[in-house]
Design a protein around this ligand. Structure first.
Ligand SMILES: CC(C)(COP(=O)(O)OP(=O)(O)OC[C@H]1O[C@@H](n2cnc3c(N)ncnc32)[C@H](O)[C@@H]1OP(=O)(O)O)[C@@H](O)C(=O)NCCC(=O)NCCS
Length: 185
């Protein structure tokens, strides 16, 4: 960097670790809040309420954290503040897309203060490492057709669109882009 230029995106310190059941309540709050902040403007209050109630409760996250088919990775900053999380679902294939050993990136969220600062890339590297430990050959995900920021990020990470699927928010069936990248060996 040239002398005198101050970086707007300084390296941030993050530790990324598998969640334990002690994290269930914090993850539940974080997941509900970030989903709301990302999508509330584009959904009815009732659909948001139904979705949040069905997906984000501490007992649900406790079950997810102990589910052997799921990996839940939490990213915390140097002060222990939750900055993001990712969830992987092993051996789950996208419908109608040929794969050999797929793993789904089921959820991937970075909180606003850490967006655009490289945290998402760090979390994605941890996701890829975990997917490889699981023996996966393809990493895939569904992303709302209107979530252009996330799609741009996934393209930067090497994903390409291979199809579409439906994701229901409350009572609203929405179209997700299915995106996939080969992991290589
Ligand atoms: C999706 C997410 C993980 C990406 O992390 P991030 O730190 O924001 O990603 P980055 O800033 O590295 O990359 C986003 C890219 O989209 C671009 N972008 C931002 N807003 C955009 C928009 N409205 N349309 C298109 N591109 C956009 C950015 O410029 C950036 O590209 P660049 O690096 O070439 O400038 C993060 O934004 C997030 O968690 N969002 C809320 C939850 C969410 O949507 N999760 C995904 C669910 S599938």
């Amino acid at each position: 960097m040239p002398h005198g230029v101050v970086s707007q995106t300084p390296e941030i310190e993050l530790s990324i670790r598998p969640a334990t059941i002690a994290d269930a309540a914090a993850l539940s709050e974080f997941g509900a809040r970030t989903f709301f902040e990302t999508f509330a403007a584009d959904n009815t209050p009732e659909d948001m309420r139904l979705h949040l109630q069905s997906a984000w409760r501490p007992e649900l996250q406790r079950a997810e954290i102990t589910d052997p088919t799921l990996d839940t990775l939490l990213a915390r900053d140097a002060h222990g503040v939750l900055a993001g999380f990712a969830q992987l679902r092993a051996d789950h294939a996208p419908a109608g897309v040929p794969t050999s050993k797929p793993i789904e990136l089921k959820r991937f969220y970075v909180d606003k203060p850490w967006q655009g600062r490289g945290a998402a890339r760090r979390l994605m590297e941890a996701v890829e490492a975990r997917a490889r430990v699981r023996g996966a050959r393809e990493l895939w995900l569904g992303v709302w057709e209107r979530n252009e920021r996330a799609q741009a990020f996934y393209r930067k990470c090497g994903f390409r669109q291979v199809g579409t699927q439906v994701f229901v928010v409350g009572t609203d069936p929405q179209t997700d882009h299915v995106m996939l990248r080969e992991l290589g060996v």
